[in-house]
Every structure is written in C-alpha cells, then in structure tokens.
Design a protein around this ligand. Structure first.
Ligand code: HEM
Ligand code: HEM
Length: 224
C-alpha cells in the first residue's frame, strides 16, 4: 500500500519521459522520411528502438501502473467499465482504464512493428537501409520497407484515435488525463474507495532496464 499524501504517483518519470519523447519523435520520423533525411531518420528510429524496448522491459519489471500483467487482468472488467460509462457513472481508474489498456497495447504493438520493419528495410535503389538489412536479401528488405510504409498509416490512425479518445474524456467526461501524464500525480481523493497497489520505482530494476535497452540499441546501431 502507498501512504496517503495529498497527491499520489500514478505515472513514474520513465513512462512520462518515454511518452512525451515519442510524441516529439514520431512526427520527426515522418518528416525526415518524407524529406529524405535518412541519416536523421535512422538516428531517430534507433532512439525510438531504445525507448520502446525500455518500455517493454519496464512493462515486465517496472512500477505497477507500467506493468503489463495487471493491464491484461484489467481487460476482464471492460464490459462493466463500459456499462458504467453508458450510465454516466464514470470514475477515475488508478493506472490505465480497461479501455486505455487496449489503446496502449495497440500503440505499442504498432510501434514495435514500425521499428522492427525499419531495421530490416531497404529502399528501391538499395542505398538507404536499416542496420539489420544485411541479414536479409534485397527482396526481403523491400518487403520489410513495404510493411514499414503500410504500418505507418496504421500507426497514424491509432494515434488519431488515441488523441480523439483523450479529447472525449476531457470534454464529455470532464476528465483531464493529460495533466497526470505531465506531472505523474493525481489527488489521492480520486481513489478513496480503492486499495491501491504499491507503485514505487525500484532503482536496481530501473538501472537494469536502461542498461539492457541501451546495450541492445548500441549493438543494433553498430551491427554489420
Ligand atoms: C506520437 C503520438 C503518441 C503516441 C505514440 C502515444 C502513445 C501512448 C502510449 C504508448 C501510452 C501508454 C503509456 C504507457 O503506459 O507507457 C499513452 C498514454 C497516454 N497518452 Fe499518448 N501517445 C501519443 C500522443 C499523445 C498526445 C498528443 C497526448 C495528449 C493530447 C497524449 C496523451 C496521453 C495520455 C493522457 C495517456 C494516459 C492515458 C491514460 O490515462 O490511461 N498522447 N500514449
Ligand atoms: C516509430 C518509428 C518509425 C517511424 C514512424 C518511421 C516512419 C517512416 C516513414 C513514414 C517512411 C516512409 C515510407 C514511405 O513512404 O516509403 C519510412 C521509411 C524508412 N524508414 Fe522508417 N520509421 C520508423 C523507424 C525506423 C527505423 C528504426 C529504421 C531503421 C533504423 C527506419 C528506416 C527506414 C528506411 C530505411 C526507410 C526507407 C524505406 C524505403 O525507401 O522504402 N525507420 N519510415
């Protein structure tokens, strides 16, 4: 159990940092690809690789609100959550709501596909390519590039849906979700009826997650 300070930690600093860096990097990745600044594109892409890998590891060993298993367990309460929304009985959730869990998984999956296919992509002239494309033939590298292009549209659609959902929460349900994503905290009075799980950062696990993500990023960047 956490104590009872006026404002309690919902999103740790790593979740927030990764999130807002992604918000900056995804448009930059699109723009650098459109303008043909491929060295920048690959650099930003590798940064995304490190961040998303960190987030996936943090989803296994991180704070309670970062972890995937409690999120999966929450999907079971989606029907009752939706029924409450319909009956205008909205109540804030500690961590991702059952509906948000679906969007988190969809976004992380689309990002993972985008990054993985980018690493193996080769462009039409075979001049621009991801660092792992040396492992595959030119034709396979082109197929990865096609999935990379197609999946970007999917990712953009999911991001559009994500932002629309947050706007609906803000203007229809009067729920300001962005503020806690910036400060990390919410008033503890939002969760008076709940037995809250411990949501503390364990420094050793944080260091391990950063170290693994960084080591893998450097290994991929210097591959071949
Ligand atoms: C490139 C665009 C974006 C991507 C890829 C993205 C991705 C994500 C992901 C993966 C999460 C889950 C956080 C985690 O558990 O690590 C999340 C949550 C969240 N995002 Fe975004 N996001 C984007 C844009 C935005 C924007 C522009 C806003 C603000 C308007 C925003 C507001 C939020 C909020 C408030 C949450 C927490 C939702 C909750 O309370 O459950 N996101 N986003
Ligand atoms: C979330 C991360 C990423 C996003 C949003 C993204 C987005 C894009 C977009 C929009 C294009 C242009 C597609 C087209 O119209 O042909 C592109 C092309 C490309 N990207 Fe990425 N990318 C990401 C990650 C990566 C990574 C990690 C790498 C490799 C390090 C990479 C390597 C490439 C290459 C080589 C191309 C050129 C493919 C071609 O010319 O057909 N990308 N990317």
């Amino acid at each position: 159990m956490t104590g009872n300070p006026a404002r309690i930690l919902v999103w740790d600093w790593a979740i927030r940092l990764v999130h807002w860096l992604m918000v900056i990097l995804v448009p930059l990745l699109w723009w650098t690809a459109e303008e043909g600044h491929m060295e920048w594109h690959k650099g930003f892409g590798l940064t995304m690789f490190g961040m998303v890998l960190f987030r996936l590891i943090w989803g296994c060993i991180g704070t309670w609100t970062a972890r995937f298993i409690p999120m999966v367990q929450r999907i079971g309460s989606l029907p009752s959550y939706l029924a409450k929304l319909r009956a205008q009985g909205y109540h804030p959730t500690f961590g991702h709501s059952p509906l948000a869990v679906l969007s988190v998984f969809a976004l992380l999956l689309a990002l993972t596909v985008q990054i993985t296919t980018g690493l193996f992509s080769v462009d039409v002239d075979g001049l621009e390519s991801g660092p792992l494309s040396v492992l595959v033939s030119f034709e396979t590298g082109r197929q990865f590039a096609e999935i990379h292009e197609f999946n970007f549209n999917l990712l953009a659609a999911l991001i559009g849906l994500h932002i629309t959902a947050i706007a609906i929460y803000r203007f229809v349900l009067k729920e300001k979700l962005v503020r806690p994503m910036l400060s990390g905290r919410r008033p503890s009075s939002d969760f008076t009826n709940e037995q809250l799980p411990e949501n503390r950062i364990r420094p050793i696990r944080m260091i391990a997650a950063i170290f693994i993500a960084l080591a893998c990023t450097l290994a991929v960047a210097n591959f071949g």
